[in-house]
Design a protein around this ligand. Structure first.
Ligand code: NAD
Length: 233
């Protein structure tokens, strides 16, 4: 069990490892979704300009993989903990799936966007729920303004969402817990170093992350097994 005081404020950063036990492959894992694709050809503004069909093929495949997935004990522990701690818990995920929400988490900040949302690449239309898979040779979708409908995802080279809110929460937290993230993708990889010295920094995951030196505690194991032992929510 992780000893917590009634005034502690928890910041959770979750990564692909949290959803691995739900059957969604991680980024770098052996079954990585990205194996058959070059990242720069499917997940960047340049890729979108060059070959939007290939981009939609990739995100349609990811929608198909994520659609039947169900939350695992790691997602449920975090949802229960939020019920108990309310706004003393901040949940920031790099994941684009909706498994935290399916488990009951109410205030999830998706810094890298959401797989089941799309938006227009030209106008300011609000991102909207979209589970469609655009199988080729189907026409690529367009909005009323004539712009192309794109996945609501933060691609490499784009600014992650809600960074102001995230850094405010980082500055307020007393315990920072990263779960199932390899500590490579920036800026999330630097969050632990940002709070270290002022807050406890805890890592939970199958193996040591690349930024392990920024953590004061490391609990190695599967998120769905370790989190319930650390937090009996
Ligand atoms: P990553 O693939 O780089 O790292 C995953 C980490 O999870 C690894 O360190 C691995 O050891 C660990 N892990 C694997 N199985 C685990 C388990 N059962 N329990 C605990 N830990 C486990 O992922 P990342 O650091 O999140 O960065 C990848 C990027 O790819 C992110 O930007 C994310 O948006 C995207 N991505 C998202 C999803 C998703 O939404 N589910 C899936 C793949 C990739």
């Amino acid at each position: 069990m992780l000893a917590l005081s009634p005034t502690d404020r928890l910041f959770f950063l979750t990564g692909a490892g949290v959803s691995a036990e739900s059957g969604i492959p991680t980024f770098r894992g052996v079954n990585g979704l990205w194996r058959n694709y070059r990242i720069e050809e499917v997940a960047s503004p340049h890729a979108w300009r060059r070959d939007p069909r290939l981009v939609w093929e990739f995100y349609s495949m990811r929608r198909r993989v994520a659609a039947p997935a169900k939350p695992n004990p790691a997602h449920f522990v975090l949802a229960k903990l939020e019920q108990k701690l309310q706004d003393r818990l901040f949940l920031c995920t790099q994941n684009v799936d909706d498994l935290h929400e399916q488990a009951g988490s109410m205030r999830v900040v998706h810094m890298h966007g959401e797989l089941f949302k799309s938006r227009c690449d030209r106008c300011t239309r609000t991102p909207f729920h979209d589970t469609t898979t655009y199988d080729l040779p189907a026409e690529l979708p367009r909005g009323d303004c004539g712009g192309r409908i794109r996945p609501h995802i933060c691609w490499f080279g784009e600014m992650p969402f809600e960074l102001d809110r995230i850094f405010r929460a980082l500055d307020e937290c007393t315990v920072f817990i990263a779960v199932g993230t390899s500590g490579v993708v920036e800026p999330a990889a630097s969050f632990a170093a940002h709070v270290r010295g002022r807050a406890r920094t805890v890592y939970v995951g199958e193996e040591e992350p690349a930024n392990v030196s920024a953590f004061t505690e490391c609990h190695l194991g599967r998120a769905g097994e370790v989190l319930p032992t650390l937090f009996c929510a």
